[in-house]
Design a protein around this ligand. Structure first.
Ligand SMILES: *[C@@H]1O[C@H](CO)[C@@H](O)[C@H](O)[C@H]1NC(C)=O
Ligand SMILES: *[C@@H]1O[C@H](CO)[C@@H](O)[C@H](O)[C@H]1NC(C)=O
Ligand SMILES: *[C@@H]1O[C@H](CO)[C@@H](O)[C@H](O)[C@H]1NC(C)=O
Length: 390
């Protein structure tokens, strides 16, 4: 008994340790939480021709964490996992993150480390990470490719003819506690496609959040946690629900590689060009808000917003995904109120500092009222109608 308890304990310690160092967030579950005070859509008498402030555009394009990220990827591709103090090698990662820790030879050596499977994962991991890193560049036309990149594999999985058609209507369900103030469940389920965030559960909240899920949108922290479960079990909505995930740490390609091979439904990694586009858009709104609210210079934004850690929320990227693949987008469960919990399904108290929810709210506001004002999107992109339910 003792013998089996001790490794378990050290694994637990490692899990806690890895979590704190890992994807910038200790509690990665929440998203889609912004702030209150959505005005009623104003009548737009004259379509505003957007004039984007070139200084803001320029600042938004600077990625403070870029150099560090590139270094980290190089190290990972070299097999050096030590760059951020997690695992020394692929082998240690495998040992600590997988249930095959239990499968030991009589001498206590994990069997997995000697199997050909191990090398296959290693090669797949390198290929996936390499391709991803190579693709990362600014290319706003990516918005028009989302149908092929995300809806395509889902249609194929469902045995449908792959078409260029967008979904008729999509509900993006954020996780804000404000969901408990209304009973939107049925309304949400009436959308052709329902997108949920970071595995927030629906049981016992059906009247407020609905039951249907067509796309489970997560950040890679979530998969990293699931990666330790038997078969990478990560399906609170059922094993047949496709997942779309953005990579928040390159090392999470390890989890992706292992879990991708065990998942039946598609497990789609967001295109890095889409990630970059989302990052720029949110940064634009954040910079703008920062200057307007504080009167400080743009150069001070970095220290106020934890520069290299700054990141869009899962909710924001899920909304942008819906903007790319749906004809109508309804946004639920985004916002906060003094009377509501941060999340409807957890007791998390504080907002995460690395997100600027208020800036993201400015974006949603523009998506509803004046989508032409959203920066970095090409002129020919056709915005869907968007509505926010509060
Ligand atoms: C652009 O925005 C910056 C910061 O808000 C401001 O200082 C600058 O005057 C603006 N430039 C123009 C041309 O509006
Ligand atoms: C969405 O999910 C529901 C319930 O699982 C399913 O019946 C429906 O066919 C799905 N819609 C699409 C477009 O995949
Ligand atoms: C993930 O799995 C799918 C389906 O098995 C496969 O087509 C795809 O190539 C895999 N992706 C990677 C990067 O290995």
């Amino acid at each position: 008994m003792k013998r089996s308890v001790r490794p378990l304990f050290s694994i637990l310690l490692l899990v806690v340790f890895a979590l704190t160092l890992s994807c910038r967030i200790l509690l990665p579950r929440g998203d889609g939480v912004g702030f209150i005070g959505f005005e009623k859509p104003k009548l737009i008498l004259q379509k505003k021709v957007p004039v984007f402030n070139s200084t803001l555009l320029k600042y938004s394009a600077i990625d403070i964490g870029e150099e560090q990220a590139r270094h980290e990827i190089e190290e990972l591709l070299e097999g050096n996992f030590d760059s951020r103090g997690r695992y020394r090698s692929f082998a240690t990662w495998r040992r600590f993150n997988h249930h095959d820790v239990r499968a030991r030879s009589s001498r206590g050596i994990p069997l997995m480390l000697r199997s050909p499977q191990f090398y296959r994962y290693w090669l797949d991991f390198r290929r996936a990470l390499h391709d991803w890193a190579r693709k990362k560049r600014y290319q706003p036309e990516i918005m028009d490719e989302l149908i092929g990149l995300v809806k395509g594999p889902i249609d194929r999985h469902d045995g449908l003819v792959v078409s260029e058609r967008r979904y008729g209507s999509c509900a993006v369900v954020g996780n804000s506690g404000i969901l408990m103030q209304k009973e939107y469940g049925e309304l949400i389920d009436r959308h052709e496609v329902v997108i949920r965030l970071n595995n927030a559960r629906t049981e016992t909240y059906e009247r407020n959040v609905g039951v249907k899920t067509n796309i489970s949108f997560v950040n890679s922290n979530i998969l990293h946690l699931c990666g330790r479960r038997q078969g990478c079990f990560c399906h609170p909505y059922g094993a047949n629900v496709p997942m779309v995930m953005y990579i928040c740490q390159p090392a999470h390609f390890l989890d992706y590689t292992v879990c991708n091979s065990s998942h039946d439904a598609p497990l789609i990694v967001t295109d890095p060009r889409f990630d970059l586009l989302c990052a720029r858009i949110v940064k634009y709104y954040s910079l703008k808000r920062f200057v307007e609210e504080t009167g400080k210079s743009l150069d001070e934004w970095g220290s106020a917003h934890d520069g290299s850690m700054f990141h869009y929320s899962s909710g924001m990227q899920a909304v942008m995904l819906a903007v790319g693949i749906c004809d109508k987008v309804s946004i639920f469960g985004f916002g906060k109120s003094a009377l509501a919990r941060h999340h409807y399904h957890t007791n998390q108290k504080a907002e995460l500092k690395l997100h600027d929810y208020e800036a993201e709210y400015d974006l949603y506001h523009d998506l509803v009222n004046n989508p032409q004002a959203v920066p970095f999107i090409t002129d020919k992109f056709k915005f869907p109608a968007a509505v926010i339910y509060q």
